[in-house]
Design a protein around this ligand. Structure first.
Ligand code: ZN
Length: 455
């Protein structure tokens, strides 16, 4: 790595310092002199990186690790741990190649393989990359952009990969800090002299803070700045179930990158068709993301029942973001009903024919259990042996409100002058909604009049 790393020297001189553009709004007092972003290249290294993570974490200093893909594949646990502790994991190619010497496909390939290795390790990859040795030209820039990455070089290079002592590294970094400019510091955690870099870190942090500098991350443009993760919440659904509080709606809150500090957002449920206390247990609380986390689940307990119901909805509303951006403020939770529609039966009816005028008979329509929905049933009479002279034809639609299980449908039977035996007509269901037909036809029997005149 020696030969290539010498090129770092050359490129370190080329990198032009850029002005910090007002990203430190609230941190002005603590960062009176400006911001410093530490970056560590060529790791992860099993002997140095874990100790470095401890040294940075205990001092609450963020950092970006430009990792080499094949080393990530060899030590994925270190990368996962770094990410969980809030450090940013960025792309430094798969085999530390000189990108300007590679063909187009190879450039894209090495960057994509590295991104995949980071993902495989369980860390969300940053959108930043650093070309090994700082070697980049217009063609490589175009390819890097095609892969969706932004190249980052550096402002301060203490050449920590040379055989320098820790105190030498510390004084080179502190001596190169410039007030109110971009101070991106290039360090290494994956080269031979990295134990000395590790030993230099506490002095760099102490010295920079004493000079009025504070430590920040790299923003999406690769400049020192506060990175504010975006929080999103997705819609969710659950099947209602019958047994009390067993079921939950699980709203998942995700950040587009892990936090480097504690952040939080308030969540509360809002009724739509579902009603708090009746259909679900209301939630109103603050969800915190510890440093390094990027996912939290907010469970909402659902009360199950055995009623056939329409799908019910509630909303989870996010507010009061702290250290987060909040583009979408609500998500919808749908409680899908899993209860079958009740069964409908029409019961047969009997009536004695009146001697004069008309008499009323009722057909009873029953549901085998209550429903949570309105049930609609359309019925119509049809002639049997009885015809229009024997009863008044009927065509009708009835509605049963939620919870109702029976309904009577009155029919008029007419007096008849002719001597008769038993006659009948039927009442039939012609259409229905939210109900299953168990018996969709009733027979109405008309008995001859009791006081029928003797023959
Ligand atoms: Zn490197």
């Amino acid at each position: 790595m020696r030969r290539g790393l010498a090129a770092v020297l050359m490129c370190g001189a080329v990198a032009t310092p850029t002005l910090v553009t007002g990203s430190a709004e609230s941190a002005v007092r603590a960062c009176a002199s400006g911001q410093v972003a530490l970056t560590f290249d060529d790791g992860p290294s099993p002997s140095v990186t874990p100790k470095l993570l401890d040294a940075l974490s205990s001092r609450r200093v963020p950092a970006t690790f430009f990792v080499v893909g094949q080393r990530v594949a060899a030590a994925p646990g270190i990368v996962r741990d770094a990410s969980r502790r809030g450090f940013s994991i960025a792309n430094h190619t798969y085999r530390h190649e000189q990108l300007t010497r590679l063909g187009d496909d190879q450039v894209r390939g090495t960057l994509r393989m590295t991104r995949q290795a980071i993902k495989n390790a369980g860390a969300p990859p940053s959108s930043l990359m650093r070309p090994p040795y700082g070697l980049i030209d217009a063609r490589v820039r175009g390819l890097v952009a095609q892969v969706g990455l932004t190249p980052v070089l550096w402002d301060i290079d203490p050449q920590d990969w040379r055989r320098r002592s820790s105190s030498e590294i510390t004084s080179r970094v502190l001596g190169a800090l410039r007030r109110n400019t971009s101070n991106v510091v290039l360090l290494h955690d994956g080269v031979g002299n990295s134990p000395n870099t590790l030993a230099a870190v506490p002095g760099i942090i102490r010295g920079a803070r004493a000079r009025g500098y504070c430590f920040t991350e790299l923003n999406d443009a690769g400049k020192p700045g506060r990175v504010v993760p975006v929080v999103r919440v997705g819609d969710t659904r659950v099947v209602e179930g019958d047994e009390g509080d067993r079921h939950r709606l699980a709203f998942t809150l995700t950040l587009d990158r892990p936090t480097s500090r504690r952040t939080s957002v308030r969540v509360r449920t809002v009724d739509r068709s579902a009603v708090a206390g009746q259909d679900y247990a209301a939630v109103d609380r603050v969800v915190r993301f510890p440093a390094g986390s990027s996912r939290q689940v907010v469970p909402v307990r659902i009360r199950g029942d055995a009623l056939d119901e329409i799908n019910e909805r509630l909303v989870l509303r996010l507010s009061e973001p702290a250290g987060l951006r909040l583009p979408d403020k609500v998500a919808v939770g749908t409680i899908r009903d899993d209860d079958e529609a009740p069964g409908l039966r029409l019961a047969d009816a009997d009536i004695v024919e009146p001697l004069a005028g008309s008499a009323q008979v009722s057909v009873v329509l029953t549901l085998n259990r209550p429903s949570g929905r309105w049930v609609r049933v359309s019925v119509a009479t049809a002639d049997g042996t009885a015809g229009e002279s024997d009863y008044t034809p009927l065509q009708r639609t009835v509605w049963l409100p939620p919870g109702a299980t029976a309904r009577e449908i009155p029919l008029a039977v007419l007096a008849d002058t002719e001597p008769e035996s038993v006659e009948y007509f039927t009442l039939q269901v012609t259409s229905s909604r939210n109900v299953a037909l168990l018996r969709g036809s009733a027979t109405i029997s008309i008995q001859p009049p009791l006081a029928s005149p003797p023959e």
